[in-house]
Design a protein around this ligand. Structure first.
Ligand code: 3SL
Length: 244
């Protein structure tokens, strides 16, 4: 039987999530760029994405895969990890690069956020490019509690993650106001931010601190891609801790 209420919470960073309980469904958001890359890689036919916050652990686990069946990708401070195949740009992940391979990914914040909620009953990832897929999943399954968790940057808040959380919350509330119980003030703040920026996400990225960091690394095209809404239908769902 479907529930009448989905208790919806927004947390701006993983550090702000409660530590004594977990939700039925955690939605991890790192628009710039981890969850955009994860959705892109799975849409391009990768066998799975396996995430790590620790570089050495990624190297050790991925050693068990044949080199032609794996990709090691990741960044620190936005720049590619030395010796890895790829950085964390979604634009480097077309089907002919990633299809049928396991994509081993380490990033500064997104993979840490995933780790923080990996024991929730369901963990999915969302970005602007697959926002509607996350919304559809919540509408269809109506988990009792849903946390929208921004990855932030090294413990601080990231504007683009909260705007994406607001985009998801907004779509759920518009779909059926009775279905959603707004359960913390952050939901109201996130939807207000989304209302302010929804028709100019790229400009919002240009103003945000992480957007500016990526612009200094010449990632203009990444920002353009990450600002597109609902272009990908894939919904990354955790199959086991760290594997989507
Ligand atoms: O911190 C992260 O998880 C990354 O998405 C950051 S970056 O955009 O690749 O620099």
């Amino acid at each position: 039987m479907l529930r009448t209420n989905v208790k919806l919470f927004v947390y701006h960073t993983p550090e702000l999530t409660p530590t004594d309980h977990l939700p039925d469904c955690a939605v991890v958001i790192d628009v710039l760029r981890a969850t955009t890359t994860i959705a892109t890689v799975l849409e391009a036919g990768a066998e799975a994405v396996q995430t790590f916050s620790d570089i050495d652990k990624l190297i050790a686990v991925s050693e068990q895969w044949l080199p032609e069946k794996r990709i090691r990708a990741g960044e620190r401070g936005g720049a590619k990890v030395e010796g890895f195949d790829l950085g964390n740009s979604p634009l480097e992940c077309p089907p002919d690069t990633v299809a049928d391979k396991r994509f081993f990914l380490t990033t500064t914040n997104g993979t840490r956020a995933l780790q923080r909620v990996e024991k929730a009953s369901t963990v999915i990832t969302a970005a602007m490019i697959n926002r509607q897929a996350a919304v559809d999943y919540i509408i269809k399954n109506q988990p009792e509690t849903v946390w929208l968790v921004g990855s932030g940057w090294e413990g601080g808040y990231s504007l683009e993650d909260t705007v994406c959380a607001g985009a998801i919350a907004h779509a759920l509330i518009i779909h059926d106001p009775q279905m959603v119980e707004v359960s913390n003030d952050e939901v109201i703040a996130a939807t207000a931010l989304y209302a302010q920026w929804h028709d100019n996400l790229l400009e919002m990225f240009h103003r945000s601190s992480h957007g500016q960091r990526l612009l200094r690394l010449n990632c203009h095209e990444d920002l353009q891609y990450c600002a597109k809404s609902d272009i990908i239908e894939v919904l990354p769902i955790q199959k086991e801790p760290g594997v989507l």
